[in-house]
Design a protein. Sequence first.
Length: 337
Amino acid sequence: MRRDVSQFNITRRQSMLALAATAGVAACGARSGRDLLGADSHPDGYPTVEAVREMGRLLDERSGGRLRIKMYAGGQLGSERDTLEITTFGGLDLNRVNLAPLNSIEPLTTIPALPFLFSSTAHMRMALDGPVGDRILASLEPHDLIGLCFYDSGERSFYNTRKPILTPDDMAGLKIRVPNSDLYVAMIRALGADATPMPLGEVYQALVQGVIDGAENNWPSFESGRHFEAAPFYSLTRHIIAPEVLVMSASRWRKLSDEDKTLVRQAARDSVPYMRGLWDARVAASREKILASGVAVNEVQDLGAFQQQMRPVWDRFVRTDLQKELVAEIEAMRPGT
Ligand code: GTR
């Protein structure tokens, strides 16, 4: 079974890369100042997708139709790891991804994903809307990516097909899917579970087939991918409050005039409050749908036990002086400190 899945991945990965390259080339041939091509693993209607569309609307309006965005939603062009690769070589112009697939590219991106770093979404927004966030976005440029803005991604919690998770001991031996990131793998292992890195688009099938026992994500992703139909236990550990990020291909960026660079940056920033409005509404709607479906949702009384067990992950991933400095700055902004 395992071998079949990975063979499928290779074939699918290759065909997606080819498809994306073709989409870029075709659009290139169609218009000289072609539309900015964007990818998102989430479907139409998801807040991240609609926020980038809003950015496109602003750009179109402010540039007098010179700059527009065409979105390929729903993972049409491949997993986040694949589309990031395409973006770095310029086959795609814009890509909305989570920070997780960037962890192996740039170590500063692991910081916002440290378990229990942010105490709330408000804390995350406060830290990343300022100089700390700007520093992390800027760290992507040497990797041929321009970090344009962060979007919300709520709180990630565990869901599984077997039982409610009440204490870290309940995680023992469970096979948990994680995004492709060493930080996530380390976090799951620290809890005594088995980590299975896998693209988001394969999670539903893997839950149904029993290839994995569970995964972890926010309310909208748990709902949107129909994972809640396969995994009826959702345990609110809220272990990660990391943001999404919108990146642009540096090669396309360098071709923009200074005036257009300002327009692109500004439109991206202006799409953030719009996204947050959509996000808050979507979290509420997804939560309601999941509760109505009969999923057993439980609070976790002793989050400190999870925090303590995941703490060694910090020592492994927070190593350089700069990383330590940014973590200290974020912690100092924690409400009540
Ligand atoms: C979601 C995020 C996606 C993707 C996904 C995952 O919350 O919006 O970009 O990273 O998690 O777990 O792969």
